[in-house]
Design a protein around this ligand. Structure first.
Ligand code: ATR
Length: 270
């Protein structure tokens, strides 16, 4: 049976084996997908071991996404721009690297009937999570994409990678200078139980608020959005399933249906 892994540290929390097993059942693909805890400093060894047993591919999660990129023989354009890789494919002795997070996000937004074309998008954060979604968001032809970050210089560095695109940056204080249709939280503030130092006025009642993180409870960012009567509140669980679906399609050349898997995952988590 074809072997796949998700490598991370920590890894116990990973939902990827559950998701890929559901995709495999749904598409009747015969494969084995397991999570593997990797010690810091042993990532390349773990990849080699998987290749040695005939492994076909792997997902990579924190903190190995940059290291995974360095290991690849070939990279997609979106992986180069993201500076990180979450999907490895082992083909003809080569390691191919891609990042599927951005497509997972865009597909989930579209599945939730959130239009992006000709819309104004605010992306909060300029770390790895934010970088990974910028190109796929720009490919949807928004009117503008504003990247706001606590450390503005990091947002500035990102937007310079996209000359001639309608992408801008600003501080959290300045976000109220603009109006938005969609606000996406790509910071890790909520994960650490910290509030985002952003002016809440930017969340108007017509705005869709998307948090790339998720949990059993509403995330802190979505709590604020709810208090502000935002039009739609969406957490990142659909993005998680969406990015897995894009990886699955890269490996198996078949597109799984994400909605039933998202429903089972929500049931599992509740
Ligand atoms: P990830 O891979 O999850 O993106 P990261 O690369 O460490 O992790 O980036 C974390 C992001 O969350 C950054 O944009 C960070 O802002 P800074 O660049 O200013 O550090 C943001 N972040 C984390 N905690 C935050 C907080 N309490 N308030 C505002 N932004 C925060």
């Amino acid at each position: 049976m074809d072997q796949y892994r998700v490598f991370g540290n920590p890894i116990k929390q990973s939902r990827s084996p559950f998701i890929h097993q559901k995709f495999a059942e749904q598409t009747q693909e015969r494969l084995n997908y397991q999570s593997e805890y990797v010690e810091i400093g042993e990532f390349s060894q773990a990849v080699k071991q998987l290749i040695n047993i005939g492994g076909k591919g792997a997902n990579v999660t924190s903190p190995f996404k940059e290291e995974a990129m360095a290991l690849c023989d070939k990279l997609t354009e979106r992986a180069k721009l993201a500076g990180a890789v979450n999907t490895l494919s082992f083909i003809n002795g080569e390691i191919l690297g891609d990042t599927t997070d951005g497509d997972g996000l865009v597909n989930d937004l579209l599945a939730n009937n959130v239009a992006l074309k000709n819309k104004k998008i605010l992306l909060l954060g300029a770390g790895g999570a934010a970088k990974g979604v910028i190109l796929p968001l720009l490919e949807q032809s928004p009117t503008q994409l504003v990247v706001a970050n606590r450390t503005v210089s990091k947002a500035e560095a990102i937007i310079q990678q996209y000359p001639a695109k309608p992408i801008f940056c600003c501080s959290f204080e300045k976000v109220t200078n603009y109006e938005f249709d969609v606000i996406i939280n790509a910071t890790s503030a909520g994960l650490n139980g910290q509030a985002l130092p952003i002016s809440e006025q930017v969340i108007q009642s017509n705005v869709t608020c998307y948090d790339m993180t998720y949990g059993i409870e509403l995330t802190p960012f979505l709590e604020v959005a709810k208090l502000r009567n935002a039009a739609k509140l969406i957490d990142g669980l659909g993005m998680l399933v969406g990015q897995a679906a894009v990886s699955f399609a890269i490996w198996r050349n078949i597109q799984p249906d994400t909605q039933p898997v998202l429903t089972s995952l929500r049931e599992e988590m509740s």
